[in-house]
Design a binder for this molecule. Structure first.
Ligand SMILES: Cc1ncc(COP(=O)(O)O)c(C=O)c1O
Length: 411
């Protein structure tokens, strides 16, 4: 392909924040209309949320799926289902959304951060093993950007230590690892239906499990732990109302019909961009673990700072001039540098549950996290969308290649 730096007229790329990059259509409208006409907008009585749950469970081959109000709520349900004791430790990633970490603290547990592979920004069996302690009670893995973690060694470790794995699949709908959908590899899988995800209900979440006892606790946690349908129901334990409404369920059911196609399109478009970028000096294209299908919530490249002295920031500034809004570093800082964790700002001035933590568990020295800092310094996250055209992908590719030429260190 001819990659000469001809002037590229700027393009407006589809955005997942509006109709240009979302797929709401007649099905969603018909379902929402039906929900409204029925007069029943609570999922305790309506049909849509139940249908969404059944359809999603069947799609993944999971025994149970429950819908809830957000991806954060989904992670909260998973941790509540595990019935942790205050002060228990949950190993997790510092490169994730705070919505995946706050639930650990709300359950009185301590998030213990594993380092990540600087290439994938995902936790690994080695980095998890390095922070295990006698207080570890669960492992949360995040399949960042839709790239599955390398699950086989993580599963072996979890089995050896008898620890449940929660998979945070907020960014990884229908990603697979060794022919299994992520979310069904661990004991519990969680998903987000927030505006910018593969499919959306605006806000929303899903939780899947094959374990009947955990499923029961997840259902209860969504419903103030009220024993619906029981002979002698009660509020069995502390829990909130995390229910999804029928309006969201109506949209979600229609969105599910589009999921496989959206994922396939994202994967295909990513393979085209990869072909363009492979071999460009200083740029590393995303890699998937062996036998895995990544589903490209975002397309993350790594930039070699020896070749591009300005790093991802300089790259992002140039791409912005071409209306490509990338995210250098992805998140500005690892989660443990955010005030809630760094300054232990939790309940009043109590600092609880951090007051229960081993000193070692809350030490976030930079040298413990070479993968986190190295990875964040190098990553440039390109927005991705199944509504991109082949022409859009070519435009992104050419813009990146042109930028690489401009910013390359002159020897
Ligand atoms: C990896 C990850 N986990 C959890 C969440 C929380 O989901 P929500 O925003 O739906 O609460 C998000 C994103 O939003 C996420 O990207």
């Amino acid at each position: 392909m001819n990659l000469e730096t001809t002037a590229l007229p700027p393009r407006t790329l589809p955005s997942d924040q509006d109709a240009s990059g979302r797929t709401f259509g007649e099905r969603e409208i018909a379902h929402v209309t039906e929900a409204l006409a029925s007069g029943t907008l609570t999922s305790t009585k309506g049909r849509f949320v139940r249908a969404l749950e059944r359809t999603f469970a069947d799609m993944l081959g999971a025994k149970h799926a429950y819908a809830c109000s957000s991806g954060s709520a989904a992670v909260h349900c998973a941790l509540a289902a595990l019935d942790l004791e205050p002060g228990d430790e949950v190993i997790t990633s510092p490169i994730t959304d705070m919505g995946a970490l706050a639930p650990i603290l709300y359950q009185g547990a301590i998030p213990v951060f594993a380092d990540v592979n600087p290439r994938s920004l995902n936790v690994t069996a080695e980095s998890i093993a390095a922070v295990l302690s006698e207080r570890t009670r669960a492992i949360v893995v995040t399949h960042l950007f839709g790239t599955p973690c390398d699950m086989k060694p993580i599963e072996s470790l979890a089995k050896e230590k008898n620890l449940p794995i929660v998979e945070d699949c907020a960014q990884a709908f229908l990603a697979t690892h060794r022919d299994r959908y992520v979310g069904t590899i661990g004991r519990i899988g969680t998903f987000s239906l927030q505006q910018g995800k593969h499919i959306t209900t605006g806000e929303g979440g899903l939780v899947v499990t094959n374990d009947d006892a955990l499923a029961r606790r997840i259902f209860l946690f969504i419903n103030k732990a009220w024993g619906y349908g029981d002979d002698n129901p009660d509020h069995y334990f502390l829990a909130l109302n995390y229910r999804m409404s029928e309006l969201q369920g109506a949209v979600g059911l229609a969105q599910l019909e589009k999921l496989e196609r959206a994922v396939e399109r994202r994967v295909l478009l990513a393979s085209i961009l990869t072909k363009w970028l492979e071999g460009v000096p200083g740029i590393e294209v995303p890699q998937q673990p062996l036998d895995a299908r990544g589903v490209f919530w975002r397309y993350a490249i790594r930039l070699d700072s020896a070749i591009f002295p300005g790093g991802p920031q300089a790259f992002a500034a140039k791409l912005k001039d071409r209306s490509i809004l990338t995210a250098p570093r992805y998140i500005q800082k690892p989660a443990f540098e955010c005030a809630v964790i760094r300054d232990q700002r939790t309940f009043g001035t109590s600092r609880w549950p951090f007051t229960l933590a081993r000193p070692e568990a809350v030490r976030y020295d930079r040298e413990r996290y070479p993968g986190v800092y190295g990875g964040l310094d190098a990553v440039l996250v390109i927005p991705w969308n199944d509504r991109l055209s082949i022409g859009d992908v070519e435009y992104i590719a050419r813009s990146i290649i042109t930028t690489a030429r401009l910013l390359r260190r002159v020897a």
